[in-house]
Design a protein around this ligand. Structure first.
Ligand code: HEM
Length: 512
């Protein structure tokens, strides 16, 4: 009942806006026929939207238009359209769409670069992140990445069934150590728990179509004690969690720098503070806090999603696992664990990583927006529109990737007479190479390399068993929050040999 009254109020608020829509010189792009007032609300897919949009593109073409109430959406379904807008018109298409719930009410616009509007604040934050995450600094991160990979092996040996949690701890501990110098505990670390809580909030807050306030921003001014305004109370709590997560670790480092400078550990934040002798202006401080917090928030979920998919693939495609192990064994042997120095000698590992990034499409629909009206391909693109790059469609285009629903790393391994298929690393991270490309692509690829090689060198990853003790293949069921990730699934993780078990123990003695 309450919901109906909110919809009724919103309708009354929206009518005057609808009446002043001006005639446009160029037509909007084609799309499914909208209903009066609610637009395409009832047609917008709730599940695997990127697949449905791709199907629609067969009817409407690679540039499609949708509307939900007053919010306008364009879906770009080809690499050409994405590159034309995100890259060739990057000065216009580099801002983010308005997200009232996630961005404004839950505070993501002020705490994470990913959600920030294009402008001076974004540029300053981005410059800080980019300067630190570039390829030249990669060597400095290696010891931390190797240590975390070894601890991951030990955790997988102890409690294989908790592999998803171990992955989150491992990736989180690398990012927290490099960003803030924080040492995470191997189990139930409070920082990792906070990041998990924020991940859930962000996924919920940015769910398209979930929040009426995203379509009717005026609802944010409702008194929060009113019935029907529980979303405002939830947003207030979530906002506090988002701010705490970026502020608390920063405050800890700052305090340690003055109180206990001898024991302060080098990190992104520590080194920036030291450069300025701890005397940052309020604005510099805010930029540093957000830059550091952005890495933590943007980095964990993406990498964990890819690594979980890796476990699923190993359990589903035993022949791929066997080839990986054969290659690693032939280069590394059985007396040590893989290292970064082995990278150039392991071409099949590189192909598997590329195929994981293609197959998983962590960010299947990347939203950008524009602050001025534009015309593309004869179509009108209104300012403020959500422009969504369908990266899943590009990474699953059968004219580029043969049999795209099959996991096949060999597609990147040119054989006699056959060309390698398009390298997906650029697309997965960069999306048409616009200005918002992922600043952490080198870091991500190196983390995937060290984790994957270490895991398969000592473990066999096998399908789970059913109640009759028979192996079964878990379904490949992805869910989409703010990123695309597999729903919980099981697999068996078993040491390959006694030597492998010994190697894990030795590596952890050395690392402690
Ligand atoms: C496999 C792993 C990853 C993938 C596939 C990935 C992909 C992406 C994509 C598609 C974007 C948006 C690009 C756009 O808007 O055009 C992005 C942005 C971003 N990524 Fe990543 N990412 C990954 C890992 C990471 C990691 C590990 C970190 C940090 C440690 C990170 C930090 C960021 C940040 C800060 C942005 C925001 C850039 C901005 O808005 O200016 N990413 N990433």
């Amino acid at each position: 009942m309450l919901q109906y009254s909110v919809i009724l109020c919103s309708t009354l608020v929206a009518i005057p806006f609808l009446l002043v829509i001006k005639p446009r010189k160029h037509a909007l792009p084609p799309g499914p026929k909208p209903l009066p007032f609610i637009g395409n609300l009832l047609q917008v897919p709730r599940k695997e939207a990127y697949k449905v949009y791709h199907d629609w593109a067969r009817t409407y073409g690679p540039v499609m238009y949708l509307r939900i109430f007053k919010r306008e959406f364009i879906v770009l379904d080809s690499l050409k359209a994405i590159t034309d807008l995100y890259e060739h018109r990057s000065s216009r298409y580099s801002t983010r769409p308005r997200l009232v719930m996630a961005g404004e009410l839950c505070g993501k616009e002020d705490t994470a670069i990913l959600f920030m509007k294009y402008g001076a604040k974004w540029r300053q934050t981005r410059a800080l992140v980019h300067g630190w995450m570039n390829q030249r600094n990669l060597e400095n991160y290696s010891p931390v990445q190797v240590l975390a990979a070894h601890r991951l092996l030990s955790n997988l040996l102890d409690k294989p069934e908790d592999f998803s949690e171990h992955l989150r701890t491992s990736v989180g501990s690398v990012i927290l150590k490099l960003t803030y110098g924080i040492e995470c505990s191997p189990h139930e670390d409070p920082w990792i728990a906070k990041s998990e809580a924020l991940h859930k909030i962000t996924a919920l807050a940015s769910q398209p179509g979930r929040w009426l306030v995203d379509s009717f921003p005026i609802l944010r001014f409702m008194p929060s004690f009113l019935p029907g305004a529980s979303f405002l109370r939830w947003a207030k709590k979530s906002r506090r969690i988002a701010f705490d997560l970026v502020r608390l670790p920063y405050d800890q480092i700052k305090a340690r720098l003055t109180e206990d400078s001898e024991n302060a550990v080098s990190s992104f934040v520590h080194d920036r503070l030291l450069e300025k002798r701890g005397e940052l202006t309020a604005q510099e401080e805010e930029t540093l806090i957000v830059a550091a917090g952005s890495l933590y928030a943007a980095g964990i979920d993406t990498l964990v999603s890819i690594l979980r998919t890796f476990f699923m693939i190993m359990a589903t495609y035993p022949e791929v696992q066997k080839r990986l192990q054969q290659e690693i064994d032939s280069v590394v042997g059985s007396q040590r664990l893989p290292q970064f120095e082995d990278l150039d000698s392991l071409p099949y590992v590189a192909c598997v990583i590329k195929e994981l990034l293609r197959f998983n499409a962590v960010a299947p629909l990347v939203p950008h927006s524009l602050d001025e009206d534009d015309v593309y391909d004869g179509y009108f693109i209104p300012k403020g529109t959500w422009v969504m790059a369908n990266i899943w469609a590009v990474l699953n285009d059968p004219s580029v990737y043969h049999d795209p629903s099959t996991f096949n790393p060999d597609r990147f391994n040119p054989t006699l007479g056959e060309k390698a298929e398009m390298d997906p690393t650029q697309i997965a991270f960069c999306v048409g190479l616009g200005r918002r490309f992922c600043p952490a692509s080198y870091f991500s690829l190196s983390t995937l390399f060290i984790d994957i090689t270490n895991i398969v060198s000592v473990f066999n990853i096998l399908p789970p068993l059913d109640e009759n003790g028979q192996e079964f293949i878990p379904p490949l069921d992805f869910e989409l929050g703010h990123i695309r990730t597999l729903k919980p699934f099981q697999c068996r993780i078993v040491p390959r040999s006694e030597d492998a078990t010994k190697l894990i123990s030795q590596a952890n003695v050395v690392s402690h």
